[in-house]
Design a protein. Structure first.
Length: 266
């Protein structure tokens, strides 16, 4: 079950705001006038109004911050290993690709577009209620080719160098087993790690990115459910750019890797 926290937050903010507003316009002064006539002390607000008045400013600040500035996300799978691990809690810059209205995600003010190599959070095209995180490999108009574990962008081979073995046992907290070879890849201005599994086949092919769409791939190249399998990401599905890790914690095992706190995401 996917919970739409943005929708819940919008509803709670609206409800508390409306309750507070109605009481301010229609009932507060009547309570005060009655207290004056009957020589009573300042009347207390009804409990519901008191809670609404207290919660509305807090909810509004959280809504504005989460919708237009920064939002936390949790990494649930190993598709972005080695850049991101299972249990990483990340911060996403929500205004990197345009200021958008919450819930409907409609852009109201342009601020930028994804650059090649950005780590992007977006709504899964097959089910927009699910958030995905991948690396933007193909921009609108690009021709992306993936063949024999080698990535090509517009016919040019994307450079990568072997960086040694990668052992899942070296990771402090749980993550899917990934004993394989670690490569360092240069994609746009981003230098990052990718995993390639010799014994695992991944889908080869060539794709031309249509206007207003992006081609996304995971850094765990042979174990990532990405654009090679389900297609392109439309611009309206973009949620923001991942910029840093603020916590790593595996709730199932009660394990934390404090060394990852504060790491940037390249």
């Amino acid at each position: 079950m996917n919970i739409d926290f943005a929708l819940i937050l919008v509803v709670l903010t609206a409800v508390t705001g409306v309750i507070w507003l109605i009481d301010s316009l229609a009932f507060r002064q009547k309570r005060r006038d009655r207290a004056v006539r009957e020589s009573m002390e300042e009347p207390r607000e009804p409990v519901l109004v008191e809670y609404a008045r207290s919660l509305f400013p807090v909810l509004l600040i959280v809504l504005l911050f989460r919708s237009f500035l920064f939002e936390p996300f949790k990494i649930p799978s190993g598709s972005m290993i080695p850049s991101l691990l299972v249990g990483d809690f990340i911060v996403v810059n929500k205004f990197a690709y345009g200021v958008r209205l919450p819930v409907i995600n409609r852009k109201i003010f342009p601020t930028g577009e994804p650059k090649r190599g950005d780590v992007v959070v977006f709504r899964y095209p097959k089910d927009p209620s699910v958030n995905f995180i991948k690396r933007a490999v193909g921009l609108p108009g690009d021709t992306i080719t993936y063949r024999n574990k080698q990535l090509y962008v517009n016919g040019e081979k994307v450079g990568k160098v072997l960086d040694g073995p990668f052992r899942s046992s070296d990771i402090k907290c749980s993550t899917p087993a990934a004993d394989t070879e670690l490569y360092e890849e240069q994609l746009g201005n981003h230098r990052h790690g990718v995993l390639l599994h010799d014994q695992t086949r991944s889908r080869d092919g060539q794709w031309v990115v249509p206007p207003g769409h992006y081609f996304m791939m995971g850094d765990n190249r042979d174990r990532s459910n990405d654009s090679r399998y389900w297609g392109f990401v439309p611009e309206e599905n973009l949620l923001g750019r991942a910029i840093g890790i603020w916590l790593n914690f595996d709730f199932e095992k009660g394990c934390a890797d404090w060394s990852r706190i504060g790491d940037g995401i390249d």
